[in-house]
Design a protein around this ligand. Sequence first.
Ligand code: OGA
Ligand code: NI
Length: 340
Amino acid sequence: MELLSNQPMYQTVPEKYIFPPEKRVVNDIILHSVNFPVIDLRGGRVDAEGWCEIIGEIMKAGKEFGFFQVINHGIPEKTISDMLQVCDEFFKMPVEEKAQYYSNDLSKPFLLNSSTTYDKSETRYWRDYLRLVCYPIEEVIDSWPEKPENFRAVLSEYTLQVRELSSKLLKLIAEGLGLDKDYFGGDFSTGKTQMNINHYPPCPDPSLTMGLLPHCDRHLITLLAQGTVSGLQARYMEGWINVEPIPNAFVINFGHQLEIITNGLLKSVEHRAVTNSAIARTSIATLIIPKTDCLIAPAKELLNENNPPKYKEFIFSEFIKAYSAASASREDVLEFFKLN
Ligand code: OGA
Ligand code: NI
């Protein structure tokens, strides 16, 4: 078992974590002056047509960035801080305690792993992570660790709250698209909800390593809590935007399925995680996933002669297969499902 979080701090980066120069971040353009959208969910005046301001902001952000942050979203601060804390405590536990969860078997409902990679390169990510199914809670809770002591209770509460926020957002998005507000409420969002709890220990030379290489998320929508340490970057035009942490905010981004259902209107945008030399970073990504046998296709309500379907129909499980085969490359994976 190999875990970055239990190594004594490396003085130099071991060879297997060093990316070739073209995959490193040093020469990339970081767009410091672009205003990344932050949406206050408590705001939202409703105008004479019944159109809520928040919906307009979400649609604008979704079309331009595929990403936004939400504040005043209704999830108590304590739910978020307890969750981040219990995750940090998990990674700080001694190796012997964690070893029982370490696995390469992705079919497990709870697993700990380290330094895997999405693409075909052999270079390892500077990241330990937990990958777990968090919903339906009663089906999976027995697979969650009993230590730290309050792990199960905190994760249950966090799961309920985040799923509720995801429903709220999906309703707003459906309304913004002119669809029934429950459009995404069925099979599109009721597959097993997954969490990636990412832990990026300090790295002696962040210019050589990556926490996560650029990728798009494969499912419907992601809600990310990233604590107070920056590291997430989102692709924007020819460069990257640092998604600066806002205390207690959630970063929301669209997965491939939402892009396809909206026939390309809402973008699934590439993002990555960079490392830093000063401080460990923990992020919690909650992934809202369609049912395995869910039929995915551009929503008929959105199509017309000026907006013909860009993607063919498929079953969600076919997408997952193609995503793995294409090693998460955005262009390659969409190529499987595009109509010309
Ligand atoms: C992910 C992801 C980003 C981060 O887990 O899919 O993109 O900031 N995480 O850790
Ligand atoms: Ni991601």
